[in-house]
Design a protein around this ligand. Structure first.
Ligand code: NAP
Length: 250
């Protein structure tokens, strides 16, 4: 079987750098540590109070591909796992190049995309900008896209917005409602939120994973149209879709 850790390293203690910022990255760190590996997790440092994985954690950008390559070499890492969010395209691209430059093998952990429930009404769009342009005038919109990209919707003064975020953006136009809260949310939570705000349209990234699917079920149940932003295209890399699969490949 194709193993991340190759036959010569089987059974040995490895020094693994996990590019994180996701629940899967935390679960992976915890499992790898339990198996006796040395694991360092890296976070971008975007949130003030991030959920931390077990083991050593470093914060902040590396300074591009060369910084990442140097960090891995200086730290004596034997393996790199990119367990970042599917929309974190820059760091995933950097990981591919840094792995090629250093010869340190890379495995990407990438969740499966969400598939449209039978009864749902989805418009798949390539970017946030296209999502913003596609909203009809008068729409009451729930944004579940994080804080970094809400700016794409600032020009739509003819719609009403509720933005659910983990941390509030620095500024939003007058009249926007911000809900700063961390999931997961149940189907009942999501139906309640959408009903309370009279939502007609939901904008979501196709992040995938179990945790965020309830909002899509809620939208389907309430007949709310979903503008589903497709994932950015990432350069090819060896990929696993679950934590279990990564662990098996060890
Ligand atoms: P991005 O656009 O791909 O990355 C921009 C820059 O941030 C990278 O070039 C890198 O800086 C730094 N960076 C990103 N992730 C890093 C990490 N894990 N460790 C160290 N540096 C990192 O990333 P993003 O979309 O801003 O996301 C930032 C982080 O938030 C990711 O780690 C991701 O897993 C998490 N996250 C993102 C989303 C999302 O929707 N984008 C959602 C949930 C969680 P240098 O070039 O200086 O190394």
């Amino acid at each position: 079987m194709d193993s991340l850790f190759g036959p010569s390293l089987m059974g040995e203690r490895k020094r693994i750098l996990i590019l994180g910022g996701t629940g899967e990255a935390r679960a992976l760190a915890s499992n790898l540590i339990a198996l006796g590996h040395e694991v360092t997790s890296s976070l971008a440092g975007r949130t003030r109070a991030p959920q931390l994985p077990p083991g050593p954690v470093r914060m902040g950008g590396f300074g591009g591909v060369d910084g990442l390559a140097a960090y891995m070499q200086e730290g004596g890492f034997t393996h790199l796992v990119d367990a970042t969010h599917p929309f974190a395209a820059q760091i995933s691209g950097n990981a591919v190049i840094a792995s090629a430059k250093t010869g340190i093998p890379l495995l990407r952990l990438e969740r499966e995309v969400w598939l449209k429930p039978e009864s749902a009404n989805w418009l798949e769009v390539p970017t946030m900008e296209v999502a913003a342009e596609s909203l009809p005038a008068g729409a009451r919109v729930l944004l579940t896209i994080g804080r970094q990209e809400v700016g794409a919707f600032f020009g739509r003064a003819d719609c009403q917005f509720v933005a659910r975020v983990i941390e509030s953006p620095e500024t939003v136009p007058e009249g926007w409602k911000l809900i700063a809260v961390r999931g997961p949310f149940s189907l009942e939570d999501e139906i309640g939120l959408m009903r309370r705000h009279g939502i007609t349209h939901l904008v979501s990234k196709n992040s995938g994973g179990d945790a965020g699917f309830a909002k899509l079920e809620a939208a389907a149940a309430l007949g709310i149209e979903v503008l589903m932003v497709r994932r950015p295209k990432l350069p090819d890399a060896p990929t696993a879709s679950t934590v279990e699969e990564v662990l098996k490949r060890i």
